[in-house]
Ligand binder design. Structure first.
Ligand code: AMP
Length: 583
């Protein structure tokens, strides 16, 4: 496929915010796409070049792009930068400059999707001496052949700022619309922005595609299998230790009684530990890997966990689900998540960190054991296997503290004990429940004491004034609504001037600065990647924010680097809390 065909789709996607219309545009593109390009297209529309969990990054800074643009167009770096501050987006700058230089660029070859992808991937693979120059060369090669509109999107893809609003749910639906349109009797009414299908059949295919995604975490792979081998091959996708899969998520229950209603009686209550969720796998060669719930590989960051897993779990190969909880090495008392959160992204002094902020691994589930997929086993069975294969050692590796009961008073007592130990609350789990990756089904729920906080993502920020002008000091936060981000307020309190005291302005600025997409005066728009827990005193209806709600007295409680945009609260959650206030 020529790259320009994909670019035209990017443009169409940019022009609409309607989810169904986006799905329709993408599904039409997928229908037309040859097998060899399917994988590329699906990554590129999501602004990626590899699967989500892949650690490789393009690693091009805005500065370097300015250098490339200057060398390709002959404009000085100064001029490019000036235009950037006017336009606020380097993609638009690329468009303007290449358009202006049309006559000069004579070497125009037709760019294909494959060529663009190959160069982008090479960027992520370069290492060592001369890397910078080679990167400049690879991007220059693309830009000299690019039409202005192609240049715009190449730059956006290189910088990771392409946002055409294609969330995972849209990719899934588009795959079904594109490849099974006949089976589901698909019809799309453009005027009404609506689609008609045979619901039962539609859900059947959606389920199959979703399940394959839950195992692979890669819609490119899923689409390629369907296109080249057919739907039946999807069911053959296997769990493989070493490849991360989406972890199971839990709904919220109001209290113990509510929990019994959702998960049934009797059920298993467990302490809810306040740490980092780790999916731990061991392949048949004995290689151990640790992934966060965002599927980042953190094996290197938690060397002591690798050691404990080797020592205390007796099985050839497995995938287990657990929470690593920090404790104070002097007092052996548990610490809240925040104390160990810095270990997740740490690249140096790892040994020291593991001494200063050690963790205990609390294991609560197993989904693969000695070659067998346990996703469809009951929780009761899975726990039995865990009990059989683990040797517990306090402050190193233990099983989640569990109580099976149908008695409300016993459960309440267990809840209080958990809080007294410094834990967050309890989980209640259906003993007959299977393990469903990625979805909030009712097989397990969390119960926490009432705390008015939401996990939200930062979408905009503002530079401070006076002595704070070097920092971004105010943050607009958003919730999720059908893969769209809706704003719920602006937070500027709860941060500290010094990092020893908590989350500091400096720390936040360092996180947000590389994510800036657009800058106008004091205001910046950032890539929605930084998740924070926000406290508030009340929720109000408000026309100011796109969600229609605003948080009163919002404050930053803590950073949640372990969470991704998938984990933030939804508009539904906010509505629910709002309605509760009214009661
Ligand atoms: P939340 O982060 O509030 O959505 O709560 C769910 C999280 O609690 C899970 O993702 C785990 O990281 C964590 N957790 C702590 N203890 C347990 C447990 N015993 N079972 C399941 N999840 C747990």
């Amino acid at each position: 496929m020529d790259y320009i065909d994909l670019v035209e789709v990017f443009e169409k996607l940019e022009k609409t915010s309607k989810r169904l219309e986006k799905t329709h545009i993408l599904s039409n593109l997928l229908k037309k796409t040859q097998k060899d390009d399917i994988e590329y297209i699906i990554y590129l529309v999501q602004g990626r070049i590899f699967p989500q969990w892949d650690q490789r990054e393009i690693g091009m800074s805005s500065k370097l792009i300015i250098k490339v643009l200057s060398s390709v167009t002959g404009d000085s770096a100064n001029e490019v930068e000036k235009l950037w501050s006017k336009e606020g987006d380097l993609g638009n700058v690329a468009f303007i400059l290449i358009e202006k230089n049309k006559q000069r660029t004579l070497t125009r070859n037709t760019l294909t999707v494959k060529k663009v992808m190959e160069n982008l991937r090479k960027l992520a693979e370069l290492e060592g001496k001369g890397t910078v120059n080679k990167k400049v060369q690879l991007v220059s090669e693309l830009l000299t052949s690019a039409k202005p509109i192609e240049a715009k999107f190449i730059v956006k893809n290189v910088l990771g700022i392409l946002r055409v609003g294609i969330a995972e749910g849209i990719v899934r639906d588009a795959i079904v619309w594109a490849f099974f349109d006949k089976e589901i009797n698909f019809d799309y009414d453009e005027k009404e922005n609506n689609f008609i299908v045979d619901r039962e059949k539609y859900n059947f295919y959606i389920e199959k595609v979703q399940r394959a995604y839950d195992l692979t975490n890669d819609y490119s792979k899923v689409a390629l299998i369907i296109k080249s081998k057919g739907i039946d091959e999807l069911a053959k996708e296997k769990l493989t230790p070493g490849n991360p899969i989406n972890v199971m998520l839990y709904q919220k229950a109001e209290n113990i009684e509510d929990a019994f209603k959702i998960v049934g009686k009797p059920c298993a209550f467990e302490y809810k530990y306040d740490g980092v969720r780790l999916q731990v796998s061991r392949d048949k060669n004995g290689n151990i890997k640790l992934f966060t719930r965002r599927l980042e590989d953190v094996t290197r960051q938690f060397p002591e966990v690798v050691e404990y897993v080797k020592k205390y779990i007796k099985a050839d190969n497995f995938i287990i689900d657990s929470e690593a909880v920090g404790y104070n090495p002097k007092t052996n008392k548990y610490l809240p998540f925040q104390s160990i959160s810095q270990r997740i992204k740490r690249k140096y002094d790892i040994k020291e960190m593991s001494k200063k902020f050690p963790v205990e691994l609390n294991i609560f589930d197993i989904i693969y054991y000695n070659g067998a997929n346990l996703l469809n086993e009951t929780f009761r069975e899975r726990r039995k296997i865990l009990e059989k294969i683990t040797k517990q050692e306090k402050l190193k590796l233990v099983l989640a503290n569990q109580l099976i009961t149908e008695d409300k008073n016993e459960a309440e007592k267990f809840f209080r004990e958990s809080l007294a130990q410094g834990e967050e609350g309890v989980m209640a789990k259906n003993l007959e429940g299977i393990y469903k990756p990625g979805s909030r089904v009712g097989y397990g729920v969390k119960i926490k004491p009432k705390a008015d906080t939401f996990d939200l993502v930062i979408v905009k920020a503002e530079w401070g004034e006076g002595k704070r002008s070097k920092w971004l000091t105010s943050y607009t936060v958003a919730c999720n609504h059908n893969d769209e981000l809706l704003e719920v307020g602006k937070v500027s309190t709860g941060l500290k001037e010094k990092s020893e005291e908590g989350v500091s302005f400096d720390q936040m600025t360092r996180l947000l600065r590389p994510l800036i997409k657009e800058e106008k005066g004091k205001n910046v728009i950032v890539k929605p990647e930084v998740i924070i827990e926000v406290g508030y005193s009340e929720i109000q209806k408000s026309p100011t924010y796109s969600s229609g709600y605003a948080l009163r007295f919002p404050r930053v409680i803590q950073l949640r680097p372990d969470k991704s945009i998938k984990d933030i609260y939804s508009l539904e959650d906010i509505k629910k809390e709002y309605n509760k206030q009214r009661k």
